[in-house]
Design a protein around this ligand. Structure first.
Ligand code: TYC
Length: 113
């Protein structure tokens, strides 16, 4: 609530209830929720394709992309970035569309942090 209206006792003794508006001294600055974008391992997508996806859509260097691809290959899944809802949604759609167009089963998902 931005401000609370409240009544208190009649301190002034003038017969009315004193009405005040308490203003916030610490305005709320709620940060928007963040979403993790994950890529999943599979047995068919070529390693080089995954590396290319990470460079193209997540701005990684070739070395970073290769390392993360290997992590997914070994562990099954990895977080590729953390974004606002809209950016995460766009990244997932871009990766899924790109993989589908190249007929690779690569999966990319998002989850709330
Ligand atoms: N496991 C794949 C292979 O051996 C490579 C791969 C890595 C696929 C990461 C998907 O997200 C992935 N060709």
């Amino acid at each position: 609530m931005a401000a609370d209206v409240y009544m208190m006792a009649d301190k002034e003794g003038d017969g009315d209830s004193d009405i005040g508006v308490k203003l916030d001294t610490r305005p709320k600055t709620k940060r928007p929720p963040l979403y993790k974008v994950l890529i999943l391992n599979d047995d068919y997508t070529p390693m080089e394709f995954v590396v290319h996806v990470l460079e193209r859509f997540f701005g990684m260097s070739h070395a970073q992309a290769f390392e993360l691809m290997l992590t997914v290959h070994k562990k099954g899944v990895a977080v590729v970035g953390v974004f606002s809802f809209e950016i995460a949604e766009t990244k997932v759609a871009q990766v899924m569309d790109f993989a589908q167009r190249h007929q690779h089963p690569l999966q990319c998902t998002m989850e709330k942090e």
